[in-house]
Design a protein around this ligand. Structure first.
Ligand code: NOJ
Length: 492
């Protein structure tokens, strides 16, 4: 049975045709989470390949060696996506599949290039627009070994730029939507502050042998910002005139609500939390060209400074605001001075507010709860602060107790409620004048959720990871979103 959904009653009925005719919608994925084929056809090792082969680093002890096998199954996947009604697909390129050792003078792996060529061609043949992310956390391990990866801005940047250039040259004739970095903030915070993601560095010696959580996250973030801007400059000067695409960055950011709305200290704390999380990257790119003042006040010279040249380069270096967001937290001020390893703005993040109100129903992921209202506020906060078109590049949820379906379609009502709430907020924000041009659900199939392994299922397609063929079963939310976007996107 294929499910269909109708939207005859308010508020959904009032939103018919609210989204622009050329609105892009579909699903997002990342190479390391779905491709598998981790060392096939010449692919080099990435920092995630290394981390997941180190005992004790991944919750269920799994590796991403096979993941969802989308490297082998891409044709079936594109066909399934097509049946879900999408008109766009956001995926990332594995740097070490294209340049196995990663460096500016290292050889290109033609078989890796060929895989992405075939995937792009298959998408276009099905009228699905590719949105391509250059970097979704999988730094080539060789660059980490040679000079410490992004900790070494001087050595890293030319390597990244050469990789970017190869991608523009090989794929830019067909790819018109580029994203340089995915969630640079999570890459640096989880990898260098908490030390639970690759490359696994922090100040906590029970967890990591090396690292400094009080400085490295800010150094790595600076490298990401500057190398992003340099890649964009290359694209704009050398490729855009003929290829005519757009290029930008995707930032993470959940919404922060004051714990006690009547306490000015909590109101200030919530704003500070938004700035530490979002404006850290967004102000340099879309705003002042510098880090927010509240970060400078708390971090002093542990926060790098932009040279004048860097600041000019970074400011305006994104054609759009790529937004990944999932949830909302209640934020309470702290009275003690900030801890040396704090990166949140000296606040506490809580599940309930001063009146005992919960931030939303629990998913199967500890940090994630359904909170559509906060999403609506976040869209307006970003729009009012930066005034650039927003591309929603990720949003989605896990659901408790999801097991292999007994029927062909898994009826995931929890996920449907999530998507209904969030996409409705998006359409309402558009009606209020916020310029939003895409929506990508996270994610197409269940996949390898980094250090959580296969335990967190974010897909609109169930994957039976126990079978070698990684059998796919649609979830009902896939059909819900197909029908909802058909209702929301204006017709010609
Ligand atoms: C954001 C990341 O970009 C993606 O890789 C991850 O799987 C989702 N959030 C869910 O945690």
């Amino acid at each position: 049975m294929t499910w269909t959904h109708t939207f005859n009653s308010s508020p959904d009925a009032d939103l018919k045709g609210a989204l622009r005719k050329d609105f892009h919608w579909g699903y997002a994925t990342a190479a390391a989470q779905v491709e598998g084929a981790w060392n096939k056809d010449g692919k080099g090792e990435s920092i995630w390949d290394k981390l997941c082969h180190t005992p004790g680093k991944v919750k269920d002890g799994s590796t991403n060696e096979d993941a969802a096998r989308s490297y082998d199954l891409y044709k079936e996947d594109v066909a399934l996506m097509k049946s879900y009604g999408v008109n766009a697909y956001r995926f990332s390129l594995a740097w070490s599949r294209i340049i196995p050792l990663g460096g500016a003078d290292d050889p290109i792996n033609e078989r890796g290039v060929q895989y992405y060529n075939e995937l792009i061609d298959e998408l276009l043949a099905n009228n699905i627009t590719p949105f391509v992310t250059l970097f979704h956390w999988d730094t080539p391990q060789a660059l980490e070994d040679r000079y410490g990866g992004m900790l070494n801005q001087e050595k890293y940047t030319p390597d990244f730029l050469r990789y970017a250039r190869v991608c523009f040259e090989r794929f830019g004739g067909r790819v018109k939507h580029w994203i340089t970095y995915n969630e640079p903030g999570v890459y640096t915070l989880a990898g260098y502050a908490a030390g639970v993601h690759a490359p696994g560095r922090s100040s906590f010696r029970d967890r990591n042998e090396e690292g400094d959580s009080s400085t490295e996250p800010f150094i790595v973030a600076h490298t990401e910002l500057v190398s992003h801007a340099k890649a964009v400059k290359i694209y704009r000067e050398e490729f855009k005139p003929t290829q005519k695409g757009v290029i930008g960055i995707t930032l993470h950011g959940n919404y922060s609500e004051p714990w006690d709305v009547n306490d000015p200290k909590d109101v200030a704390a919530a704003e500070r939390a938004r700035q530490f999380e979002i404006a850290w990257f967004a102000d340099p790119i879309y705003g002042s060209g510098d880090y927010p003042q509240c970060m400078r006040d708390q971090l002093g010279d542990r926060l790098p400074t932009f040279t004048e040249e860097e600041s000019t380069l970074v400011k305006g270096s994104s054609d759009f605001y790529g937004m990944n967001t999932y949830t909302t937290f209640f934020v309470k001020h702290l009275n003690e001075p900030a801890d040396i390893n704090d990166h949140k703005g000296n606040v506490e993040k809580l599940d309930t507010n001063s009146e005992g109100k919960s931030r939303g129903p629990e998913s199967d992921t500890y940090w994630l709860r359904t909170a559509p209202e906060g999403f609506g506020k976040l869209l307006r906060w970003v729009w009012n602060r930066y005034h650039v078109p927003i591309y929603m590049t990720e949003n989605g949820t896990t659901a408790k107790g999801e097991t292999a379906p007994t029927e062909d379609v898994l009826n995931d009502t929890f996920r449907i409620d999530f998507y209904n709430g969030y996409v409705r907020e998006l359409a309402q924000a558009v009606q209020d004048g916020v310029d939003i041009r895409s929506y990508f659900g996270w994610t197409f199939t269940d996949n390898w959720e980094w250090a959580a392994g296969y335990t967190d299922r974010f897909g609109v397609t169930y994957v039976d990871f126990d079978t070698p063929e990684k059998k796919r079963y649609p979830k009902r939310s896939a059909y819900f979103l197909r029908d909802y976007f058909k209702h929301l996107i204006a017709e010609d």
